[in-house]
Ligand binder design. Structure first.
Ligand code: HEC
Length: 312
C-alpha cells in the first residue's frame, strides 16, 4: 500500500482534475429556487465528496468500481436537510456514511457536489453533465464544438422540460454528430436537480432518464438512469481503460501512448485483474512513468536470519 504523503497529494490533484472540481469553485445558485443553499452547504458538500473519495481510495480494496457505484453519501445534519437522511437514525453535525435505497445514488456519478457543478443556476445542464460523462467516465473522445452555442432558457416555452429543450435545440444532424452521445448520457442524470437532489418530476411531468448511445465499439448501450452509466464504466474494459489513461496522463504529465503501444492495454489488464485497485495502479504507473515524486513500492522486507549457533 502506498502510504507516502506525496502519493496522497498526487491522487488528490488527480481527482480534482478528473472530476473537474475547478467548476465547483464557481457554483452560485438562484436563491429563490434553492433557498438556504449557501456557502456552508457548499463547503459541506465539498467535504462530503472528499470524505467519500479518500475513504475508498485509501481503503485496502481501493476499488474504482465502488467510487462509481456506492449507494451511500457522507452527510451531516446540514446536508440531510437538502438530500434526505437515507438510513441514518438521526443526522448530527458529524458526517456519517448513509445509504440511500432505490438506486438513488451511485458514487461520484451522482454526488450532489458534482451534480450542482454541472448545472445552470436554476436548472440542470444535461449537456455539461453529458460531456463530463462522455470524456471522463465513459471515455469517448469529443471534439470541441464547432462554434460556441449558448443555451438561452428564455427562448423556450416555459412548460418544456430541460430534456425537451435540449432535444429540440440539438435535433439537426450537424449537432447530433456529437450530441447523439452527449445528450443521452446527460439525460440519464435528469433525476438530479440543479443542486443534486433526487427528483422524479419536472414541470409536473415525470422525469425521463432513459436513452441509449453507441460506444466506440459500435455497441448500443441502453440506459435507464444513472446507475447504468456507472455500471457500464465500472464493469467494462473501456471504462477501466479510461480511468487508467486519465490517471496516467495526470500523474506522469505525458500521454500513455508515449510509453509504447501496449502500455495502456497492459496497465488496463492488470487493473481489471487486480479488482480495479487504484493504489496498485498508481504504483504500476509510478514504475513505468519513472515518476520521481512518487516512490516505487518498497522492496519486501528482508527475511529474518536464523540466529547463529550458540558457541559451544
Ligand atoms: C464536435 C462536437 C459538437 C457539435 C457538432 C456540436 N456540439 Fe454542442 N457541445 C459540444 C461540447 C463538447 C460542448 C461542451 C462545451 C464546454 O462546456 O466546454 C457543447 C455544448 C453545447 C451547449 C451548451 C452551451 C453552454 O455553455 O450552455 C449547447 C446549447 C450546444 N452545445 C448546442 C449545440 C448545437 C445547437 C449544435 C448544432 C448546431 C451543436 N451543439 C453542435 C460538442 C458539439
Amino acid at each position: 500500500m502506498i502510504a507516502d504523503p506525496r502519493a496522497k497529494t498526487k491522487l488528490r490533484g488527480f481527482f480534482h482534475h478528473w472530476l473537474e472540481l475547478d467548476r465547483a469553485s464557481t457554483i452560485a445558485k438562484d436563491a429563490k429556487t434553492f433557498p438556504g443553499f449557501n456557502e456552508k452547504v457548499l463547503a459541506d458538500l465539498r467535504e462530503s465528496l472528499w470524505m467519500f473519495v479518500d475513504q475508498i481510495v485509501w481503503s485496502e480494496k481501493s476499488d474504482y468500481r465502488e467510487l462509481l457505484q456506492a449507494d451511500y453519501l457522507w452527510i451531516n445534519d446540514v446536508l440531510a436537510k437538502f438530500y434526505g437522511k437515507g438510513d441514518a437514525a438521526a443526522p448530527t453535525s458529524e458526517f456519517q456514511k448513509v445509504s440511500f435505497g432505490n438506486g438513488q445514488r451511485t458514487g461520484v456519478v451522482t454526488h450532489p457536489y458534482l451534480m450542482a457543478a454541472f448545472a445552470y443556476n436554476k436548472d440542470t445542464s444535461p449537456i455539461h453533465r453529458g460531456v463530463f460523462l462522455t470524456r471522463n467516465i465513459v471515455g469517448m473522445s469529443l471534439k470541441s464544438p464547432p462554434m460556441a452555442v449558448e443555451f438561452e432558457d428564455s427562448h423556450f416555452d416555459p412548460t418544456l422540460t430541460m430534456r425537451e429543450k435540449i432535444t429540440a435545440m440539438t435535433k439537426d444532424n450537424a449537432c447530433m454528430a456529437c450530441h447523439s452521445v452527449i445528450n443521452p448520457l446527460g439525460f440519464s442524470l435528469e433525476n438530479y436537480d440543479a443542486i443534486g437532489r433526487w427528483r422524479t418530476q419536472e414541470k409536473n411531468k415525470p422525469v425521463d432518464p432513459a436513452g441509449h448511445f453507441a460506444n466506440e465499439q459500435g455497441q448500443t448501450i441502453q440506459l435507464s438512469g444513472a446507475r447504468d452509466i456507472a455500471s457500464y464504466a465500472a464493469n467494462s474494459e473501456s471504462g477501466h481503460r479510461t480511468f487508467v489513461r486519465h490517471l496516467f496522463h495526470h500523474t506522469v504529465k505525458q500521454p500513455v501512448a508515449a510509453f509504447g503501444d501496449d502500455t495502456l492495454e497492459t496497465l488496463r489488464a492488470k487493473f481489471t485483474k487486480e479488482g480495479c485497485n487504484i493504489q496498485k495502479l498508481l504504483e504500476e504507473i509510478a514504475v513505468i512513468g519513472a515518476m520521481d515524486d512518487v516512490p516505487p513500492p518498497a522492496p519486501p522486507a528482508p527475511k529474518p536470519q536464523p540466529a547463529p549457533p550458540a558457541p559451544a
